[in-house]
Design a protein around this ligand. Structure first.
Ligand SMILES: [Zn+2]
Length: 380
């Protein structure tokens, strides 16, 4: 049992100043002013010293970090991100895995989720069917041929309803059959448009399967114009136009993935409730690039192009505030609440409410982490 006092509690609709919070058996059971309820005698008392108490981060798009990919070493990756406040992560796949590598990794992650890596809530399947023109590793991509059930069925079956998101390029021939199959196995699966140059018509054709997310908006996407000099429209514009879609955003410190001006434009059009901050982090050991020597948080693909990051969500939040001037409360919406809603887990995580899991962070005004509490247990 934990009693946290002297905290600025970041609720979904506002900040409760000088608040107190009680959690029992891993669940939040009381929130209020300290004079409204006292700490039970046997509670561990934590003084937040006037810092912010917010919901644990929900990073739905993260491949790995600190040398460990979720698909190779889920326990180490999960532990690393938990220390950075990521109390929920989706282990994210990529197109460089063969079918057998997918199947082995899925088993490994499922086992890890039962034991040590409890902050892994499932999978974000980034592919396998993406458009290699847009940053989907054209040389190492194992999924460029015809889309065939015999290739994907076992992966879809084995990952089952743990796959919260399937990212697809709607322009790939045969993608409907694949999406149909995914839906038949997992009614709750959510689709994202990713690494794509699909036109709005092409996206509309598959909309009924449940397109809800634009994977890293304004990054790794194309738009085909009628001819040179005519600006086309693609997935980013589709996402901006459709109010029910969430826009994922990678905020690195130099705003390389998404220029700061575009970050503000996305925010202005979508509104804070439809922004999902992601790290898109990789366990990269790639050389730091001369061109981006000042950046410590980018990663690069096998050809030296910027691809993914080395971010953690606490740093993403700092960068988001820096580039968009968003408030702490809004930043927690984008880093915890909105992603929990998008993947259908909002009834248990994503905000500070009585009855939800006690996944909590104590942070200062710059998102520097003071404490991480996972299911009612202090981690660090
Ligand atoms: Zn990714």
């Amino acid at each position: 049992m934990i009693y946290i006092e002297n905290a600025n509690i970041v609720l979904e609709k506002g900040i409760l100043k000088n608040g107190a919070l009680l959690c029992e058996n891993g669940i939040i059971t009381k929130i209020g002013k300290p004079d409204s309820f006292e700490a039970p005698k046997n509670a561990e008392i934590i003084d937040a010293n006037g810092l912010y108490l917010g919901p644990g981060f929900v990073d739905i798009h993260v491949h790995g970090g600190n040398g460990y990919n979720f698909f190779d070493n889920p326990e180490k990756a999960a532990e690393y991100f938990l220390k950075h406040g990521e109390t929920t992560v989706l282990a994210t796949s990529y197109t460089t895995y063969t079918k057998d590598e997918y199947l082995a990794a899925i088993e490994k992650i499922k086992n890890a989720m039962k034991t040590d890596a409890k902050n892994i809530a499932g999978f974000y399947m980034e592919g396998p069917y993406l458009n290699p023109k847009y940053g989907a590793e054209p040389k190492m991509n194992k999924w460029l041929g015809e889309i065939k059930e015999e290739d994907y069925a076992q992966i879809v079956d084995n990952v089952g309803d743990l796959a919260k998101v399937w990212a697809v390029a709607p322009e790939r021939d045969g993608i409907e059959n694949f999406m149909e199959y995914v839906k038949s196995q997992n009614q709750n699966a959510v689709f994202a448009v990713a690494h794509s140059e699909a036109t709005p018509d092409e996206i509309d054709r598959v909309k009924n399967y449940g397109i809800k997310i634009q994977t890293h908006c304004m990054n790794a996407t194309g738009r085909l114009g009628e001819s040179a000099g005519i600006r086309g429209v693609g997935p980013d514009e589709y996402c901006l136009m459709n109010d029910d879609m969430y826009a994922e955003m990678i905020c690195d410190s130099l705003a390389i993935h998404v220029p700061a001006y575009l970050q503000r434009l996305i925010l202005k059009i979508k509104g804070i409730d439809k922004i999902i901050l992601i790290t898109d982090s990789f366990a990269t050991d790639s050389e730091e690039s001369e061109k981006y020597a000042k950046s410590k948080d980018l990663s690069f693909d096998s050809e030296g192009n910027v691809s993914g990051s080395r971010l953690t969500m606490d740093i993403v939040c700092q960068n988001f505030v820096k580039h968009t001037n968003s408030s702490i409360q809004d930043t927690f919406l984008a880093a915890a609440t909105n992603p929990a809603k998008a993947i259908g887990m909002y009834d248990e995580i994503g905000s500070i409410e009585v009855g939800k899991k006690a996944n909590l962070l104590i942070v200062d005004k710059d998102f520097k982490i003071d404490k991480v509490i996972f299911e009612g247990v202090v981690q660090c």
